[in-house]
Design a binder for this molecule. Structure first.
Ligand code: HEC
Length: 74
């Protein structure tokens, strides 16, 4: 499936390439978490898993995309 089945939207492509280096999109698609939790997950991916961070703009785009599409808050 295109972009691992991530819903269309601004940031879908950036999210795909940033995140599938280590695992499939399934682990992302099954999440329904708070905005705060997405920030924590990002930090955990960087600090504990060694995720290489993109530039600030791309980080913002990806976190907005995650919060818009895989949220327990909206
Ligand atoms: C450098 C490797 C790496 C990258 C890049 C990475 N992750 Fe992960 N991620 C992991 C590992 C390792 C786990 C633990 C997998 C497991 O439990 O089997 C994980 C687990 C997760 C989980 C499940 C957390 C939980 O509560 O169990 C989520 C959600 C997640 N990643 C989201 C992302 C997102 C979103 C991105 C892109 C922004 C991303 N990951 C990029 C390594 C990575």
């Amino acid at each position: 499936m295109e972009l691992g089945g991530l819903p269309d939207g601004q940031g879908a492509e950036d999210t795909y390439y940033q995140c599938v280096a280590c695992h499939s999109t399934e682990i992302i698609k099954q999440q329904r978490v708070t905005d705060h939790r997405w920030d924590e997950l990002w930090t955990w991916m960087v600090e504990a898993q060694g995720m290489v961070e993109p530039d600030d703009e791309t980080k913002k785009v990806i976190l907005s995309y995650l919060k818009a599409n895989f949220s327990s808050e909206r």
